[in-house]
Design a protein around this ligand. Sequence first.
Ligand SMILES: C[S@@+](CC[C@H](N)C(=O)[O-])C[C@H]1O[C@@H](n2cnc3c(N)ncnc32)[C@H](O)[C@@H]1O
Length: 238
Amino acid sequence: MSKDALQAVPGRQSGEGGPQDIGRDQLLESQDPYRAFARWYDRIFGPMNHGLRLLGLRLFTPKPGMTVLDVGCGTGAQLELYRRFDCKLFGIDSSQSMLAVAKSRLADAADLQLGNAVGLPYSTGKFDLVISMLSLHEMKPQVRIGAVEEMKRVLKDTGRILLIDHHPGPIQPVGGWITKAIVLIAEAAAGREHFRNYRQFMSIKGLPALAEMCSLSIIKSKVVGGGALGLLLLEKHS
Ligand SMILES: C[S@@+](CC[C@H](N)C(=O)[O-])C[C@H]1O[C@@H](n2cnc3c(N)ncnc32)[C@H](O)[C@@H]1O
């Protein structure tokens, strides 16, 4: 984790706590918010998410042999899509129940770990591609920044980061209104803390602002869902 990210972590300057502590706290606090929901996740969001995943693949198509990490891999649907490219696949998620679905889906095809994005258990410069889809918006602000800094750390200098998440708009009539309404219902239904984090993510203007905060350069971007969803392909500043 870089010095800047550490400074963004409250309590860090005063010497108390740190990213690992925040990560552990979040795991304890949340007590797996996906527990009752993991089995249904793909049935509910699968079709919409699949379209986004394909767009992500168009922004960056991996080459055989590449090392690919999915941060907040959930049920493993994203990694499953990358199997056909003969990549070495890694996934990490803080929800035991989501990871259980991913393990039954992917078996030995991916190295899956239970853990927190702010303390990735991988060596520096290991990955050609780091993906995170619909995960950053639900993290607390300081965890989110720590997570992106960790993605940078484990990324090769020539590597790419692909982020897919909610986008602050402008929202286009009529498709965007419908997508936005569905998003708001889903985010509110996910619980108070989740919704608070989502709103904070939108208030800072989502992924483009986060990329700038974390000194990442945008190579390609795409806004879909009538302005409600966005994809960014990023690299480290040279
Ligand atoms: C909305 S789901 C998306 C899952 C998956 N990326 C997909 O595209 O289907 C968000 C996922 O992020 C995970 N997550 C949230 N905060 C995390 C953190 N700090 N570290 C690791 N995973 C996290 C959740 O457990 C959940 O599985």
